[in-house]
Design a protein around this ligand. Structure first.
Ligand code: SF4
Length: 232
Protein backbone atom coordinates (compact mmCIF):
# COMPACT_ATOMS: atom_id res chain seq x y z
CA UNK A 1 0.00 0.00 0.00
CA UNK A 2 1.33 3.46 -0.92
CA UNK A 3 2.06 5.76 2.00
CA UNK A 4 0.22 9.03 2.32
CA UNK A 5 1.93 12.05 0.74
CA UNK A 6 1.57 15.71 1.59
CA UNK A 7 0.80 17.64 -1.58
CA UNK A 8 1.15 21.43 -1.51
CA UNK A 9 -1.16 23.16 -3.97
CA UNK A 10 -1.45 26.80 -4.88
CA UNK A 11 -5.07 27.81 -4.61
CA UNK A 12 -4.82 29.66 -7.94
CA UNK A 13 -3.61 26.43 -9.65
CA UNK A 14 -6.49 24.43 -8.13
CA UNK A 15 -8.93 27.10 -9.36
CA UNK A 16 -7.61 27.12 -12.93
CA UNK A 17 -7.49 23.30 -13.07
CA UNK A 18 -11.16 23.03 -12.11
CA UNK A 19 -12.46 26.23 -13.67
CA UNK A 20 -10.44 26.46 -16.88
CA UNK A 21 -8.92 23.12 -17.91
CA UNK A 22 -8.56 19.89 -15.92
CA UNK A 23 -5.34 18.97 -17.80
CA UNK A 24 -3.62 21.75 -15.84
CA UNK A 25 -3.59 19.28 -12.89
CA UNK A 26 -1.43 16.56 -14.55
CA UNK A 27 0.67 19.21 -16.31
CA UNK A 28 1.71 20.69 -12.94
CA UNK A 29 1.51 17.82 -10.48
CA UNK A 30 2.61 14.86 -12.64
CA UNK A 31 4.80 16.41 -15.31
CA UNK A 32 6.15 19.36 -13.30
CA UNK A 33 5.47 21.85 -16.10
CA UNK A 34 5.61 25.57 -15.39
CA UNK A 35 3.10 28.01 -16.83
CA UNK A 36 4.59 30.45 -19.36
CA UNK A 37 3.90 34.04 -18.29
CA UNK A 38 1.55 35.63 -20.79
CA UNK A 39 1.32 39.35 -21.40
CA UNK A 40 -1.84 39.42 -19.31
CA UNK A 41 -0.19 37.62 -16.37
CA UNK A 42 2.74 40.06 -16.49
CA UNK A 43 0.31 43.00 -16.57
CA UNK A 44 -1.49 41.51 -13.56
CA UNK A 45 1.79 41.12 -11.67
CA UNK A 46 2.76 44.74 -12.38
CA UNK A 47 -0.65 46.00 -11.23
CA UNK A 48 -0.46 43.98 -7.99
CA UNK A 49 2.98 45.41 -7.25
CA UNK A 50 1.69 48.93 -7.84
CA UNK A 51 -1.40 48.46 -5.65
CA UNK A 52 0.77 46.94 -2.92
CA UNK A 53 3.22 49.88 -3.03
CA UNK A 54 0.30 52.38 -2.80
CA UNK A 55 -1.24 50.44 0.07
CA UNK A 56 2.01 50.61 2.05
CA UNK A 57 1.67 54.40 2.12
CA UNK A 58 -1.65 54.21 4.01
CA UNK A 59 -1.00 55.02 7.71
CA UNK A 60 -2.10 52.10 9.94
CA UNK A 61 -1.91 51.02 13.54
CA UNK A 62 -1.77 47.40 14.55
CA UNK A 63 -5.19 46.26 15.83
CA UNK A 64 -5.42 45.04 19.42
CA UNK A 65 -6.84 41.63 20.40
CA UNK A 66 -10.00 43.37 21.62
CA UNK A 67 -10.42 45.27 18.34
CA UNK A 68 -10.00 42.05 16.33
CA UNK A 69 -12.66 40.39 18.50
CA UNK A 70 -15.13 43.28 18.01
CA UNK A 71 -16.92 42.58 14.71
CA UNK A 72 -18.04 46.21 14.44
CA UNK A 73 -14.55 47.67 14.64
CA UNK A 74 -13.65 48.32 10.97
CA UNK A 75 -10.35 46.81 9.83
CA UNK A 76 -8.18 47.32 6.76
CA UNK A 77 -5.44 44.70 6.55
CA UNK A 78 -2.22 45.36 4.67
CA UNK A 79 -2.46 44.31 1.03
CA UNK A 80 -1.02 40.81 0.37
CA UNK A 81 -0.68 40.47 4.16
CA UNK A 82 -3.12 37.61 4.84
CA UNK A 83 -2.07 34.06 3.91
CA UNK A 84 -4.55 31.21 4.19
CA UNK A 85 -4.43 27.42 4.14
CA UNK A 86 -7.02 24.65 3.74
CA UNK A 87 -5.91 21.13 4.65
CA UNK A 88 -7.88 18.06 3.59
CA UNK A 89 -7.22 14.36 3.80
CA UNK A 90 -8.35 12.36 0.78
CA UNK A 91 -6.03 9.36 0.34
CA UNK A 92 -3.22 11.93 0.56
CA UNK A 93 -2.81 15.06 2.65
CA UNK A 94 -3.79 18.03 0.46
CA UNK A 95 -2.61 21.43 1.60
CA UNK A 96 -4.08 24.34 -0.38
CA UNK A 97 -2.15 27.59 0.15
CA UNK A 98 -2.78 31.13 -1.01
CA UNK A 99 -2.29 34.77 -0.26
CA UNK A 100 -5.23 37.14 -0.49
CA UNK A 101 -4.90 40.46 -2.31
CA UNK A 102 -6.88 42.47 0.21
CA UNK A 103 -9.03 41.86 3.29
CA UNK A 104 -11.22 44.41 5.07
CA UNK A 105 -13.84 44.23 7.79
CA UNK A 106 -16.64 46.75 7.32
CA UNK A 107 -19.80 47.11 9.42
CA UNK A 108 -19.38 43.63 10.83
CA UNK A 109 -18.70 41.78 7.54
CA UNK A 110 -15.34 40.58 6.24
CA UNK A 111 -14.61 41.05 2.52
CA UNK A 112 -11.90 39.07 0.74
CA UNK A 113 -10.99 41.04 -2.35
CA UNK A 114 -9.13 39.90 -5.43
CA UNK A 115 -7.96 42.14 -8.28
CA UNK A 116 -7.88 40.76 -11.82
CA UNK A 117 -6.55 42.52 -14.88
CA UNK A 118 -8.22 42.26 -18.23
CA UNK A 119 -7.55 43.78 -21.62
CA UNK A 120 -11.28 43.57 -22.46
CA UNK A 121 -13.43 46.67 -22.27
CA UNK A 122 -16.26 44.87 -20.51
CA UNK A 123 -16.60 41.68 -18.49
CA UNK A 124 -19.69 39.44 -18.39
CA UNK A 125 -21.80 39.91 -15.28
CA UNK A 126 -21.60 36.23 -14.22
CA UNK A 127 -18.82 34.99 -11.96
CA UNK A 128 -16.48 32.57 -13.74
CA UNK A 129 -16.01 29.20 -11.99
CA UNK A 130 -12.23 29.67 -11.56
CA UNK A 131 -12.83 33.00 -9.76
CA UNK A 132 -15.50 31.48 -7.54
CA UNK A 133 -13.21 28.55 -6.60
CA UNK A 134 -10.19 30.75 -5.93
CA UNK A 135 -12.09 33.22 -3.75
CA UNK A 136 -14.15 30.44 -2.11
CA UNK A 137 -10.93 28.65 -1.13
CA UNK A 138 -9.53 31.89 0.30
CA UNK A 139 -12.72 32.33 2.35
CA UNK A 140 -12.58 28.73 3.58
CA UNK A 141 -8.92 29.22 4.48
CA UNK A 142 -9.73 32.50 6.22
CA UNK A 143 -12.38 30.81 8.37
CA UNK A 144 -10.04 27.95 9.31
CA UNK A 145 -7.03 30.18 9.98
CA UNK A 146 -8.41 33.39 11.46
CA UNK A 147 -11.95 32.90 12.81
CA UNK A 148 -10.71 32.08 16.35
CA UNK A 149 -9.25 35.60 16.62
CA UNK A 150 -11.13 37.80 14.09
CA UNK A 151 -14.89 38.13 14.61
CA UNK A 152 -17.32 38.79 11.77
CA UNK A 153 -20.97 38.28 10.89
CA UNK A 154 -20.85 37.46 7.19
CA UNK A 155 -17.91 36.55 4.97
CA UNK A 156 -18.05 37.82 1.40
CA UNK A 157 -15.70 37.81 -1.53
CA UNK A 158 -15.35 40.45 -4.19
CA UNK A 159 -13.66 40.20 -7.59
CA UNK A 160 -12.53 43.53 -9.02
CA UNK A 161 -11.73 43.57 -12.73
CA UNK A 162 -9.36 46.36 -13.72
CA UNK A 163 -7.87 47.43 -17.01
CA UNK A 164 -4.04 47.44 -17.33
CA UNK A 165 -4.03 51.09 -16.15
CA UNK A 166 -5.64 49.94 -12.89
CA UNK A 167 -9.08 51.49 -13.49
CA UNK A 168 -12.00 49.45 -12.16
CA UNK A 169 -14.25 48.18 -14.93
CA UNK A 170 -16.40 45.78 -12.93
CA UNK A 171 -16.89 44.53 -9.36
CA UNK A 172 -18.76 41.40 -8.37
CA UNK A 173 -19.43 40.25 -4.80
CA UNK A 174 -20.90 37.05 -3.38
CA UNK A 175 -21.44 35.79 0.14
CA UNK A 176 -19.40 32.73 1.06
CA UNK A 177 -22.32 30.69 2.33
CA UNK A 178 -23.61 27.12 1.96
CA UNK A 179 -24.05 27.31 -1.81
CA UNK A 180 -20.49 28.54 -2.51
CA UNK A 181 -19.02 26.08 0.00
CA UNK A 182 -20.86 23.14 -1.63
CA UNK A 183 -19.41 24.08 -5.05
CA UNK A 184 -15.94 24.40 -3.51
CA UNK A 185 -16.08 21.01 -1.76
CA UNK A 186 -17.38 19.28 -4.91
CA UNK A 187 -14.41 20.69 -6.84
CA UNK A 188 -11.87 19.85 -4.10
CA UNK A 189 -13.09 16.23 -4.35
CA UNK A 190 -12.82 16.18 -8.17
CA UNK A 191 -9.37 17.81 -8.14
CA UNK A 192 -8.08 15.35 -5.54
CA UNK A 193 -9.53 12.52 -7.64
CA UNK A 194 -7.38 13.72 -10.58
CA UNK A 195 -4.24 13.79 -8.42
CA UNK A 196 -5.04 10.42 -6.79
CA UNK A 197 -5.80 9.04 -10.28
CA UNK A 198 -9.22 7.79 -9.29
CA UNK A 199 -10.62 10.14 -11.96
CA UNK A 200 -9.63 11.02 -15.52
CA UNK A 201 -9.48 14.67 -16.61
CA UNK A 202 -12.35 15.79 -18.86
CA UNK A 203 -11.33 17.72 -21.97
CA UNK A 204 -13.09 20.93 -22.98
CA UNK A 205 -12.02 20.37 -26.65
CA UNK A 206 -11.95 24.10 -27.20
CA UNK A 207 -8.99 25.48 -29.18
CA UNK A 208 -9.91 28.99 -28.02
CA UNK A 209 -9.06 27.94 -24.47
CA UNK A 210 -5.79 26.29 -25.44
CA UNK A 211 -4.46 29.18 -27.52
CA UNK A 212 -3.90 31.66 -24.64
CA UNK A 213 -3.05 28.92 -22.09
CA UNK A 214 0.34 29.23 -20.38
CA UNK A 215 0.97 25.48 -20.87
CA UNK A 216 0.23 25.53 -24.61
CA UNK A 217 3.82 25.02 -25.86
CA UNK A 218 4.48 21.91 -23.78
CA UNK A 219 1.00 20.47 -23.32
CA UNK A 220 0.44 17.10 -25.00
CA UNK A 221 -3.34 17.45 -24.70
CA UNK A 222 -3.65 20.83 -26.42
CA UNK A 223 -6.13 21.20 -29.24
CA UNK A 224 -5.48 23.56 -32.12
CA UNK A 225 -7.83 25.15 -34.61
CA UNK A 226 -7.76 23.27 -37.93
CA UNK A 227 -5.71 25.09 -40.59
CA UNK A 228 -7.81 26.99 -43.12
CA UNK A 229 -7.84 25.55 -46.67
CA UNK A 230 -5.38 27.16 -49.10
CA UNK A 231 -6.50 30.50 -50.47
CA UNK A 232 -8.95 31.25 -47.60
S1 SF4 B 1 -3.02 23.71 -23.61
FE1 SF4 B 1 -5.21 23.24 -23.64
S2 SF4 B 1 -5.38 21.12 -22.91
FE2 SF4 B 1 -3.35 21.88 -22.33
S3 SF4 B 1 -3.60 22.65 -20.26
FE3 SF4 B 1 -3.87 24.36 -21.63
S4 SF4 B 1 -6.07 24.52 -22.02
FE4 SF4 B 1 -5.63 22.49 -21.16
Amino acid sequence: MESMRTINIRISDFASAMGYCQYIAPNIYELGLKRKLSRQLLAGKALHERLEAEDKLVPREEATKEQLADAFFDLDFTREGISVCVERVNQNNFRYNGRTDKVIRYKGDVYIIDDKTTSKESVPDRLYLDRLLQLGAYCEGFIRTYSPMISFNRLLFRVIHRNPAGEVIQEKSMEYGQEARAILVENFNKFEGLINKTMQPQHHNNPNRCRPCGFFDACKWRVESPALPKGV
